[in-house]
Design a binder for this molecule. Sequence first.
Ligand SMILES: Nc1ncnc2c1ncn2[C@@H]1O[C@H](COP(=O)(O)OP(=O)(O)O)[C@@H](O)[C@H]1O
Ligand SMILES: [Mg+2]
Length: 246
Amino acid sequence: MIIFDNVSKTYPNGVKGLSHINLTINDGEFVSIIGLSGAGKSTLLRSVNRLNDVTEGEITIDGVSLTKAGKKELRRIRRRIGMISQQFNLVKRSTVQKNVLSGRLGYYSTWKSILGLFSKEDYERTKDALERVDLQDKLHSRCDELSGGQQQRVSIARTLVQQADIILADEPVASLDPVTTQKIMKDLQNINTTLGKTVIVNIHSVELARSFSTRIIALKAGEIVFDGAPEELTDERLIAIYGRKI
Ligand SMILES: Nc1ncnc2c1ncn2[C@@H]1O[C@H](COP(=O)(O)OP(=O)(O)O)[C@@H](O)[C@H]1O
Ligand SMILES: [Mg+2]
């Protein structure tokens, strides 16, 4: 369970990224975060693994304060949180296998990581994860030989071997075509329903948010302006969020 308790984030230049956010996300939810560009979606998502520090309030994950966590505690918390981004964040010249295995790095000491000493189980996990996203035949391919959609599935597989139970996805389909978009969203949904992982996705498309999530949160100028089930997101509310009909 992730709890935001009166969380605000003001950037050093004075811009307010988030303003007094109170939010509880339960295990196993599929949450879509919508809102105009600049509304604070990335700031919110990045706060969950402390890629950015908040300036007020507290975030706890299963009762452990993320805000107050020391280095060791933070490393432990981050292990449980997988991140998927629009740019995939893969080592493109490396193989699919190596990229997926890198999801294990949080479990090893620095010297083992440097030497790339992964266990037999890690190699098994890698194969299983690639099967789950339908990429078993790409194990030894270089990532730069893959399409955008395949690369995004590699980054999903990486969060699986990481055994993250929270998956954060910042506009994971923003650069993909409609067919590939459906595939990626279905992969995320499958991970959510069959493995019970909590998924939080920042997404531009209201239609996708509606069809894949169990809960939609809309941000506007760093504040929550809607939080509810997809069917509660009426045209009227959309106008309030976007300032026009969508
Ligand atoms: N590193 C930063 N420094 C200063 N302002 C930032 C920074 N990152 C984001 N912002 C500002 O914070 C607000 C929220 O940004 P962001 O969370 O990226 O929104 P979204 O993901 O919804 O487009 C915007 O006004 C943006 O310009
Ligand atoms: Mg963003």
